[in-house]
Each structure stands twice: as C-alpha cells, then as structure tokens.
Design a protein around this ligand. Structure first.
Ligand code: SF4
Length: 510
C-alpha cells in the first residue's frame, strides 16, 4: 500500500483549513482596496485580512466552522478505492484530533457529535477514474453558515424585486442575483457562488458545488455562460450588501456557472454559496508511495503572500477612537444608550451558546447567572493542553438567525443584555431587544483567529454533554470588537440593508 498517503492527506486538510489559496487572497485583497478603512465595511475587511494572515502564520483554522470536508478524487485504473477511503477517513480523524478541523459530524437523530468528523455521510468522498498514473485529491471545506444560504429555483418562477424568471439565461441571471441578495451577510459575505443550470434537484446541487473547484479568476470556456458570470459579478457588486451585510462595495468575489442536461419538464437553477473563507486546495500524489508530487491552486509549499504588513496584523483592531467600551455585567442603561452603527469593545465574562444551549434554556434554568451577561453565538474549537487546561484556538461567530425562535424569550427570562453573533436576527428578536433592554452585536463572521486572540482564558464549561462546539463555554475576553446592528429602540441595520439592496435589485430587472 502507499506508506505516505495518510500523512499527505493530513497535510492537505491542514493547509486547506488554515491557508487560503492565492486566487481567494487576490479577490479579498481587491475587496479590502475597494472600501475606506474607517467605514464598517472597511473595518470588517481589515479584521478578515488580519485573520487570514494570523491563521496561516499559526497554522490555526481560518474559521471555527471547518465545514463539511468534501473530497473529489481521481484515481488511476486499478487503484484500491476501499483502502484509499479508509485512509482518508483516518486522516480526517487525525486532523480533528490536532484541532485543524472542528468536530462537526452530528447524529441527525440523537444530536450526538461523533467527535472525530466521521459518521454516515461525513466526510463526503467522490471517486472518479482517469487515465493518468497519479492520484489527484481536491478538497473543499464549506461551512454551515454559507451552506444554509444555498438556493435552488425551479423555473419559471416569480422572484422578489426581479419579477418573472423564465427558462432562459436571463432567468438564470435573475436567480443568481436573487440568491446573493437573499443571502445578505448570513453566509459571511463577500462570498462566491457555484451555479448549475439544469440537472435534477440532486445532481444540480452537486454540480453547483463542483463549480467552486474552479479558480475565481478563470474564464468559462462556454462564452454564453462566461457572459452571465461577468454580468452577475458586475451587477451583484452594485447591490451594496457589502462585507458581512454591513453595506459596501463588494458583495461577491466569484461566480462560476456549469450546465447539465435536464428533463423537459424541469429547469432547476442550483446555487451553492461559499463565504469569504473559501477553503479549497488540492494535491497530486504518487500512486506507489503516496507522497505529494504537486500542489493544486498554489505554488508548492512556498509561503502565501500576506494580506497585510506584519505591523498591520500586530496592530489588531483598526480603532477609530469612537468605540464604546463595555464591561460585563452590563446595565440596562448602558444598553439603552447604544444605537445601530456603534462599535463596541467588550471585556469581562462572556458565555457561548448556540442551537443546543438555546433549546436547553427554553426548558431548564441556566447553569450560570446570566443577568447582565453577553451571550456569544459561537461554537469554538477548544483543545486541552498537556496540563489539562482548555484553550480556544478558533472562535468566530455562528449564524444567529437559527436562534430566532428562542432569543426574545431567553433575553426576557434570564436578563441577558447583549447577544453577539453574525448575520442578524428577525422581527421577534428585535421586539425582544426593545422590551427587555438588549442589543444585538454583529461580530465578523469567520474571523476565528482574530477573536481567539481576544479571549484571555476559559474559566469553565457547562453542558458538555452537547459536545465541544455546542457546550456553554465560560470565557474571559478583552477588547472584543463588534458592531451594534440591532438596538433596543427598534432599529436594525440588517433590515435597512436588505430594503436598500432590494431597491437596487429592482433596477436590475432589465
Ligand atoms: S466564514 Fe462564516 S459562513 Fe464561512 S464557514 Fe465561517 S462562519 Fe461559516
């Protein structure tokens, strides 16, 4: 068998999770250059750029949601796919043990986390035979926030702001623009879309995801699709959804379209949305030794070109001097003085809580006193060191809208004053913030390394039965930056940007 194969796959996973490829870096570099540094969008992109550099230099996950590992593999005729699959699964478990992947595989019936990213359907591994003598392995790590913003349209259909989408390429253009608008900041914009025109519901989504294996700067060999890709790039960036949905000049960094034949009765347009943390790499491997012979999407093992100067990375949060400092526990008066657009720097205790914690708190008292507290929608990567101390190695926000059914009730019952997450929340939470005197703070999605550096220590953990990402971690933080995007006076930046970008979308009807 191939003695070095397992190590090669562990190296591929590690690089993919920690170091963005040059084409994504170049696109994000252009996004940074398109915003004024002191604007909300500019500050968000500076944090993202710092995070990209920090992740590469410490070999830590770029985002705490290391996503669904999806392998596309080409093997020479005669390769033993059963053995290769077993080795890839072992490599995934090893990368998880090393903290390069977060344990992300959850039993859909019991909610139990397998702890090693192995389980029915995880990881995803697709094999294909080819005539070459080497093995090619491509990997994409696509997280849940952007996966949840995928969309599939059955044409003809009626779209908000864009009217009818017919079974034409013009209809396809409208669907893609609609998907980007609908995603707002929930998928950690600026993102990229892989699109499939046609196929059936299953093959359509698969082919759409496969488009994400193309580089962002390539040109579609089909001139009809190339034209739509370029039109979408141009028009989507007029929408002003902007980084993290804060409004701004870059909403999309890539649009890649493929097509499959369809049944006469069906016309699907499937859109796979990927976030700025677009983690995709590949290797070719010698089919006898298992050693890496070449890297795909990057120049060998050469260090990546940094996004920022070392001084800019070391400088940390790009302060304007207008930030509001908050120390938990926070009073109602402090919260009521905040308004949408304020940037806050939080210090003191902070508790994580995501899906399982919210469901738990609806039926049980909290394990800690939450009065005046800051509740962070986050499923961190946490590892125990040799002394038995927990250390957070990646800790960006998760998508908050999933907690919409619970949040207002939890604010009211337990006196939580600030909820930190990403992508914003809905009308029920907005009303709850007003009633209970709370505020929603948008942290920068995916900035897992940046935020891990704002955490001084882990002071405890509750509800560990839900697994590492879902447990309630007790953290001590300093100068943790976030933007007030929903205040206690009924204002929501998310609602504002959605309406304004919807009005722009209307002008793109043609
Ligand atoms: S950057 Fe955002 S959408 Fe992407 S994996 Fe991380 S949290 Fe999810």
């Amino acid at each position: 068998m191939l003695p070095h194969f397992l190590d090669s796959v562990v190296e591929l996973i590690t690089r993919t999770s920690t170091d963005l490829p040059p084409d994504v870096r170049a696109a994000m570099g252009m996004a940074v250059g398109a915003e004024q540094p002191e604007t909300r969008a500019g500050q968000a992109l500076t944090i993202i750029a710092q995070n990209i550099d920090q992740a590469a230099s410490c070999e830590g996950p770029i985002c705490q949601d290391t996503g669904m590992p999806t392998f596309e593999i080409k093997v020479p005729v005669g390769a033993n796919q059963i053995w290769l699959r077993g080795q890839i699964r072992a490599a995934v478990a090893e990368a998880t043990r090393r903290g390069k992947l977060r344990p992300n595989s959850v039993d859909s019936i019991t909610g139990e986390n397998s702890g090693d990213n192995l389980g029915p359907g995880t990881p995803i591994i697709h094999f294909e035979q080819w005539e070459a003598a080497e093995i090619e392995i491509k990997l994409i790590l696509k997280g849940g926030g952007c996966e949840n913003t995928n969309a599939q349209y059955a044409l003809p259909t009626e779209l908000d702001h864009l009217g009818r989408a017919d079974r034409t390429l013009e209809g396809v253009r409208k669907c893609i623009l609609h998907a980007v608008w609908k995603a707002q900041g929930k998928g950690c914009s600026p993102g990229a879309v892989g699109v499939c025109v046609g196929g059936d519901r299953t093959s359509g989504y698969l082919h759409a995801k496969e488009q994400l294996f193309r580089t962002l700067d390539d040109t579609n060999p089909d001139p009809r699709l190339a034209e739509i890709e370029s039109a979408v790039m141009n028009e989507a960036n007029k929408l002003s959804v902007g980084p993290m949905g804060f409004s701004g000049n870059t909403s999309l960094i890539g649009c890649k379209i493929g097509a499959l034949n369809r049944l006469p009765a069906s016309f699907f347009v499937s859109v796979a949305y990927d976030c700025w943390a677009f983690r995709r790499l590949g290797i070719t491997v010698d089919a006898t030794s298992g050693r890496i012979t070449a890297w795909l999407y990057r120049e060998g093992t050469k260090p990546s070109q940094p996004m920022l100067s070392p001084q800019a990375v070391a400088a940390g949060f790009p302060s304007t001097g207008r930030e509001v400092r908050l120390r938990a526990p926070i009073t109602e008066e402090q919260i009521r003085s905040l308004k949408v657009g304020d940037v806050v720097l939080i210090s003191g205790p902070m508790y994580t809580g995501r899906d399982q914690v919210h469901a738990y708190l609806m039926k049980n008292d909290p394990p800690v006193d939450l009065r005046g507290s800051v509740l962070y929608h986050c499923g961190p990567v946490v590892v125990k060191d040799a002394q038995g101390t927990w250390n957070v190695t990646a800790a960006g926000p998760t998508t908050s809208i999933r907690e919409e059914p619970y949040q207002a009730e939890i604010l009211k019952r337990y006196g939580v004053r600030a909820v930190v997450g990403k992508g914003g929340m809905g009308a029920k939470t907005l009303a709850g913030l007003r009633e209970s005197g709370g505020v929603y703070l948008n942290a920068i999605g995916g900035a897992a390394q940046f935020y891990a550096r704002c955490i001084d220590r882990v002071t405890g953990v509750s509800l560990m039965q839900f697994g590492t990402p879902e447990a309630m971690w007790h953290l001590e933080v300093h100068d943790f930056p976030a933007i007030v995007t929903m205040d206690s006076h009924g204002n929501s930046l998310h609602k504002e940007v959605e309406e304004e970008s919807g009005a722009i979308l209307e002008t793109l009807r043609r």
